[in-house]
Design a protein around this ligand. Structure first.
Ligand code: FAD
Length: 382
């Protein structure tokens, strides 16, 4: 694995850094307080090419390798995890999955719109009764002539109230994951209603929703991949998605490090800069090691994907480590800030609130450990 960025990758990283400094960081606190990111950000993310990374140019994407995608995701996560999540879901979970599993007609219909930000995607797997145990989902799609009729509900859907299309997982067959199929459902289809989820600890600017489906009729051509292969579609999306979450976590940890170093240099107690105290330096060095370790694990996933190698277990390791590291890093940074870390005039409280969900979604830390354990022992513990 080459740890030196190419000129092209460095240019993409700098583009993302400038974009975040101009379009995200100045608004992040206000969006957090208002519990809504300015929706105009979607078009801006599309215009700069960040919603089309790794998608082939013939489908309106901006191409590029997975390390470039990680670099952009890290910078977005450094600025605001709510904005990072918009990209990780619409591009990472929906567009990239469509590019991998879609037929020509589906790719032509959706990819140019998703890549430009004209349309936004969301990923509907979790239900009120099934989270970690997604293979047991209860939403049903029943064949009716040339159509399917879908009934059920989805919980915690990122981009849910904003999205134009949902990559929806529903049961077309018997129990267990073999009975699940994937569908592309436009969100303006009659019978689909969306309710915002409020009161989140973090990611407050993000449009999280519950989706309710009552007699939602879609043509059979809405199936993504073969009938009964929906769980494979979902798992392939999440394996790559975990790299994106990990990269966002590196961004959070890096922001925590930057803030802690800056503050420690400015704040004086007992007549000296707090940066001069060994116990403060210990917290800063703990954050720095977490940043490096999380970044290296994440880049390894990108490298494996770009070289066409197996990456799923490496993605679980990166996601597990980076998410736990982001929480530790933000918590350490808050400690460096003392009481000022606890009020929202300073950035570290928001970093901790935003980091907290990373150990929960796209597979909890416990589920990542079970995936890694299964790969090592050959025995599934779940
Ligand atoms: P549960 O599965 O009920 O887990 C509860 C606890 O039990 C956890 O600690 C878990 O690790 C543990 N546990 C469960 N099973 C086992 C086991 N076998 N062994 C050991 N421990 C176990 N979902 C989507 O589909 N699309 C989205 O866009 C999306 N966005 C989200 C955004 C936010 C802000 C949040 C909070 C969630 C989002 N989710 C989304 C849902 C998320 O993926 C789930 O919350 C997550 O998978 C966990 O499921 P659960 O909440 O039902 O917890």
């Amino acid at each position: 694995m080459n740890l030196e960025l190419s000129e092209e990758q460095e240019a993409v990283r700098r583009l993302a850094e400038d974009f975040v400094a101009r379009e995200v960081t100045p608004h992040a606190v206000a969006w957090d307080r208002a519990e809504e990111v300015d929706r105009g950000i979607v078009k801006k993310l599309g215009a700069v090419g960040f919603l089309g990374l790794t998608i082939p140019e013939e489908y309106g994407g901006s191409g590029g390798d997975h390390l470039s995608y990680c670099l952009v995701t890290e910078e977005l996560g450094r600025g605001d995890s709510s904005v990072r999540g918009i990209v990780s879901v619409s591009l990472g979970l929906v567009a990239k999955t469509l590019a991998a599993w879609g037929d020509e007609r589906q790719k032509r219909a959706w990819l140019p719109r998703l890549a430009s930000g004209e349309a936004l995607g969301c990923f509907g797997l979790t239900e009120p009764g099934t989270g970690s145990d997604a293979g047991n989902l209860a939403t049903r799609a029943v064949r009716d002539g040339d159509d399917y009729v879908i009934d059920g509900s989805k919980m915690f859907i990122t981009n849910g109230t904003w999205a134009d299309v949902v990559l929806l997982f529903a049961r077309t067959g018997g129990p267990g994951h073999r009975g699940v199929s994937a569908f592309l459902v436009p969100t303006d289809t009659p019978g689909l209603t969306r309710r915002p989820v409020h009161g989140k600890l973090g990611l407050r600017g993000q449009a999280t929703a519950e989706l309710v489906l009552e007699g939602v009729r879609v043509p059979a051509s809405a199936l993504l991949g073969p009938e009964g292969k929906g769980f494979s579609v979902a798992m392939s999306a999440l394996a790559k998605g975990r790299m994106s979450v990990a990269a966002g976590c590196v961004g959070i940890a890096q922001a925590a490090l930057d803030a802690a170093v800056r503050y420690a240099g400015e704040r004086e107690q007992f007549g000296k800069s707090i940066a001069s105290y060994q116990l403060v330096q210990e917290m800063i060095s703990d954050i720095a090691v977490d940043v490096d370790a999380a970044r290296l694990l994440t880049w390894r996933v990108a490298d494996l994907i770009d070289r066409g190698q197996d990456f799923a277990t490496a993605a679980s390791k990166a996601k597990l480590y980076a998410s736990e590291a982001a929480v530790r890093a933000a918590n350490n940074a808050l400690q460096v800030f003392g009481g000022y870390g606890y009020i929202d005039e300073y950035p570290v409280g928001k970093l901790l609130r935003d980091a907290r969900v990373m150990t929960l979604y796209e597979g909890t830390s416990q589920i990542q450990k079970l995936i890694i354990g299964r790969a090592l022992t050959g025995v599934s513990a779940f």
